[in-house]
Design a protein. Structure first.
Length: 219
C-alpha cells in the first residue's frame, strides 16, 4: 500500500515537472517575436547611419557635376554633366526617402529642414543649366559661387548633423546587439538545461518507481 502511494507520488511529481518545463519552454519560445523586434531596433540606426553618409556623397557628386557643367567646353560635355545632375538629384532624393521611411518622428522632423533649401537650390541650378546652354557660363558661375553655395552649405550642415546623430545611435545599437547575442546564448542554454532536466528527472523517477513496484511484488 505504501509502495503504491509512493508510486503515485512519483508519477504526480513527474507530471508536475513536465508541466513546469512545458510552461517554461512556451515562455522562452515566445521570445522569438521579441528577438525579431530587437533586431529591427538594432539594424534601423545602423542602416540610417550608412544612408546618411551616402547622402553626403550624393551631395558632393551633385556639386561636382554642377561645377563640371559650368566648365564644359563642348556640347558632349554639357550633355554628360547635365545628365549627371539629373541622375544625382534622383539618387539623393531616393536615399532621402529611405532615411525618412526608417527614421523616428524626431529624425523625420530634423531631416525635413532640408526641403526648403533643396527646392531653392534646384531652382537656381536649373537656371544655371539654362544659362550654360545659352553660353552664359559667367553668370552661371556667379550663381554657383554665390547663392547656390550658401544653400549647399545649409543642406550639407543638416545632412552632417543627422549623420552624426545616426552614428551615435548606431554605436549604442552595437552595444545592444552584443547584449542581445548574450541573451540568445543564455536562452539556448536554458532550453538545453530544461530539456535535459526533464529527461533526467523522468527517467530517474520512472526507474525508482519501477524498482519500488518490483520490491512490493517480490515482498
Amino acid at each position: 500500500m505504501r509502495a503504491t502511494i509512493k508510486l503515485k507520488l512519483a508519477a504526480t511529481f513527474t507530471v508536475i515537472v513536465m508541466l513546469a518545463a512545458g510552461m517554461a519552454w512556451l515562455g522562452i519560445s515566445s521570445l522569438g517575436p521579441s528577438n525579431a523586434a530587437m533586431d529591427g531596433l538594432i539594424k534601423g540606426p545602423v542602416q540610417r547611419a550608412l544612408i546618411e553618409y551616402e547622402l553626403q556623397n550624393d551631395l558632393l557628386l551633385l556639386v561636382r557635376a554642377e561645377k563640371n557643367l559650368i566648365m564644359s567646353d563642348t556640347p558632349e560635355q554639357l550633355s554628360q554633366y547635365d545628365a549627371e545632375i539629373v541622375k544625382n538629384r534622383a539618387q539623393f532624393l531616393a536615399r532621402l526617402d529611405k532615411v525618412i521611411s526608417i527614421g523616428s518622428a524626431e529624425g523625420k522632423r530634423k531631416i525635413s529642414v532640408l526641403n526648403a533649401p533643396w527646392q531653392q537650390w534646384v531652382m537656381i541650378q536649373d537656371k544655371m543649366r539654362e544659362l550654360v546652354r545659352n553660353n552664359g557660363q559667367a553668370e552661371a558661375k556667379a550663381l554657383s559661387t554665390g547663392k547656390a553655395r550658401e544653400l549647399v552649405s545649409e543642406i550639407d550642415k543638416v545632412v552632417q548633423q543627422n549623420a552624426a546623430n545616426a552614428e551615435e545611435s548606431a554605436s549604442a545599437s552595437e552595444e545592444m546587439n552584443a547584449l542581445a547575442e548574450r541573451m540568445k546564448d543564455f536562452v539556448a542554454d536554458l532550453r538545453s538545461l530544461i530539456g535535459g532536466a526533464v529527461t533526467v528527472t523522468t527517467a530517474r523517477d520512472a526507474e525508482s518507481a519501477t524498482t519500488k513496484e518490483v520490491a512490493v511484488r517480490t515482498g
